[in-house]
Design a protein around this ligand. Sequence first.
Ligand SMILES: [Zn+2]
Length: 362
Amino acid sequence: MILKKSTAYLVALLIGIYVNAQDLTFEEYNPISTLVVPNHMVKKAKFPFIDVHGHQYNMPTQDLSPVIAAMDTLNLTIMINLSGRSEEDLQKSVKNISDHFPNRFVVFANINFDGVDDNGWADKKATQLAQDVKNGARGLKIYKSLGLRNTDVNGKRVAIDDSRLDPIWEKCAELGIPVLIHSADPKSFWDDFDKDNERWLELKTHPRRKRSDTNPVGWQQIIDEQHAMFRKHPKTIFINAHMGWYANNLTKLGALLNEMPNVNVEIGAIIAELGRQPRFAKAFFEKYQDRILFGKDSWKPEEFPTYFRVLETADEYFPYHKKYHAFWPMYGLDLPDEILKKVYYKNALRIVPGLDKSLFPK
Ligand SMILES: [Zn+2]
């Protein structure tokens, strides 16, 4: 009797598995690779590095020691907190840093674009920025809201190359600080949401990310505005976040970097683009080794090793951590030490003022 019961249970279970397998969705399908190849986990970067795209949202008051503990396990030596805000908040963050970990964090200031049409708005903001820099800010971070959401008093979208903003970009050149700017989002968000869309899963799981030519305007328009602004301010140093959303077209990105020597890029959130084209990406890193900075964006220490492995190893077909970014496995670029050093810290030390060079090898 007992045997019969368990047999029936087993049959039911098998049917269950069979039915489930037939009904698996794309999200559930997550095959374990049977490929056996050499693999080299990299839990800690080969060299101390600077994350130029960090976010710590509570820096004015937060206890930074748990962040430092995680940074140390990764070899993350300096984190640039792009969420530095302005005025009093910024001063508090700088004080928190100088009181506890003076050479391990720096902050970039932010600008609120409300009131852009007020008389003298840009000059006021430029003056504030100069004060923020005096108070310890080492750069300016522009969020993607500029170009996507920020509007003037008439509800009209503020274009990235709006001339009303010019005094701000000019002030950054004068102050000798870089502008890290994130504009738009992956182009796939603007494409039709259908079986051909490479970010179908991301749009399915994050439907609010969907954009269109009227929400708010076409992708290319926002990107073109950004490039027009870069061209108009050749003395200002820019770091284009997320490789300017051209990591999937490095030929185009190379042409842009050739044309605009004031522009650099960082690799936050696009490592999966590089990890699917290891040979072409390596050639790109060889050619543009002075223009690429390490950035991560979201603070998830457990995701950094994928970045290290893509940059440092020659490993093949290893997993990435977010299926909605990449349902494809990664391949390592196997970058030589001299290029790794530039990407990990040398370029940032050159571009961002006042970082402690003594923390890094020559
Ligand atoms: Zn960011």
